[in-house]
Ligand binder design. Sequence first.
Ligand SMILES: [Ca+2]
Ligand SMILES: [Ca+2]
Ligand SMILES: [Ca+2]
Ligand SMILES: [Ca+2]
Length: 432
Amino acid sequence: MKLKNKNKSLCSSFGLACLLLVIFPISMDASWAQGSTKTIQFRTHIIDDSLIGGAFSNTGLADMDGDGKLEYIMSSRGTGKIYVYKYHEPGHWSRYIVGDNPPTDAGGAVLDVDGDGMPDYLVGGAWYRNSGELQTPYERIVFDDGIMDGSIHDQVVADINGDGRMDVITMSDRNNLRWYAIPDNPRNSWQRQDIGAAVHGGVAPKGHGDLDSDGDVDIVRTDVWFENLDGEGTKWKQHDLGPFMPLPEGEPTWADKAARSWVADINQDGRLDVVQTVEEMRGGRVWWMENLGPDSGGTIQWCRHEIAGWDRIMGGLHSLGVADFTGNGKLDVITAEQDWQRARPGKKGEENPRYYLWENLGVGPSWSNNPKVEWREHVIADINLGGHEIVFGDVTGDGMLDIVGKPWSPSDNNALGGKAFVLFLENKSILD
Ligand SMILES: [Ca+2]
Ligand SMILES: [Ca+2]
Ligand SMILES: [Ca+2]
Ligand SMILES: [Ca+2]
């Protein structure tokens, strides 16, 4: 992988179909940056530094005990436990173990599966019925015994068939890309519908949306997207989105095309775009695919815009969030470099992992021939602790989105000497 190449050669190596966005230095043109924030700042709190083990994954942020406040949920194939962290104040959380034996690699989702008003927890081929009490373990119910061996990496909730009820998309390179409708009695086995071939990851955390504006949910999988032909999720057509970077020499084949995807309208033109990261290996990059709408033949055209990672060797970016973190009404992007030794930043993983926020400053000056979204990079945590499947929500209740992170498997070189951890990034940004 030729990370030090400049834009021109990257056009060919990453298959860019159009001019790349030039990332400007940090200065901001006051004439079009109105509504931006004065200070973007996150305060880091380590809320658990006593976890031993690895393979922590399957994260969510939801009100698991019904008191109106968000809890953090995650689980580990390594320890075999499901953890819920209850917030009291930014530096003080309580940890509960609510279940055992999560049958998955990664993925996980929070959804009220049985419709009783309490969010439940989906992991691999099982769902765990939320008892509503953090002291009472959740019941484990298998919905597909064919995917109980850790063969799920992405697990995403969306209404695929448009019936107003949420469905569950799963994918792993060990099986395929598919979705399940939840039956009236969710204790029965769930019917699956196949969508297409799989890669390791490329749909999570939010690779779904109505990309072609015909009223139904389509699905992104790294370098392609699947059109929901009948609106019921029974017929799919695969389209190119844009080529992925070639697998670097020495990387395992399972890491090929492993990405995170998030569908959102980044430039506020009414068409849904796609933000993506390289998740499983160092040399991570962040970009967004602008949806240019259909050509005369009806095929949607895409234009790749880089956000970060072309000018340095970032760690694997197994986290992606898109939301307005800065309060200016525009969608920002967050990610974190992995703590895991094989995907830490630097040529040989010698650099420390960091958490990032790219502030969306809006579409650039109108005098430009090709006005594009401008980004300003903020390092929001730089304490030699990385992140994996970070999640966000307003935990403190002040209207600003906070972030919770943890490693997949901790590096011996991290700030805690190889211990796993959960950290909370309290959004303390000061608005205009
Ligand atoms: Ca709660
Ligand atoms: Ca429930
Ligand atoms: Ca559609
Ligand atoms: Ca758009």
